[in-house]
Design a protein around this ligand. Structure first.
Ligand code: SF4
Length: 99
């Protein structure tokens, strides 16, 4: 089972572009446009914090860090693949030095 590393610090939210913006904009109905929400996120100074928070906490719904659920799933898959590759390389390196 994969270990989860939750991020509990939400102090970055005090600097977000979406403060005071209708939250519904960031949780559109399935198939509705995400363009307006992403436009708010575009210039947000805490965009990275927001995205990493969503990734670490497994946020499945809404726009976080300027990315949709589908875009965040893609990042999770890419990172999982990169971790697997790094582990395989480390294992090969260890096997190479063990003999
Ligand atoms: S990146 Fe977008 S959703 Fe995240 S804090 Fe900034 S404006 Fe809000």
């Amino acid at each position: 089972m994969a270990r989860k590393h939750l991020i509990l610090d939400t102090s970055w939210q005090a600097y977000s572009n979406c403060l005071g913006v209708d939250p519904d904009l960031f949780f559109p109905e399935r198939g509705a446009s995400t363009r307006e929400a992403k436009e708010v996120c575009r210039g947000c100074v805490v965009r990275e914090d927001c995205l990493e928070y969503a990734l670490a906490n497994g946020e499945k719904f809404g726009i976080w860090g300027g990315m949709s659920e589908r875009e965040r799933r893609r990042i999770r898959r890419q990172r999982a693949l990169a971790r697997q590759e790094a582990a395989a390389i480390a294992e090969m390196a260890t096997a190479g030095t063990a003999s």
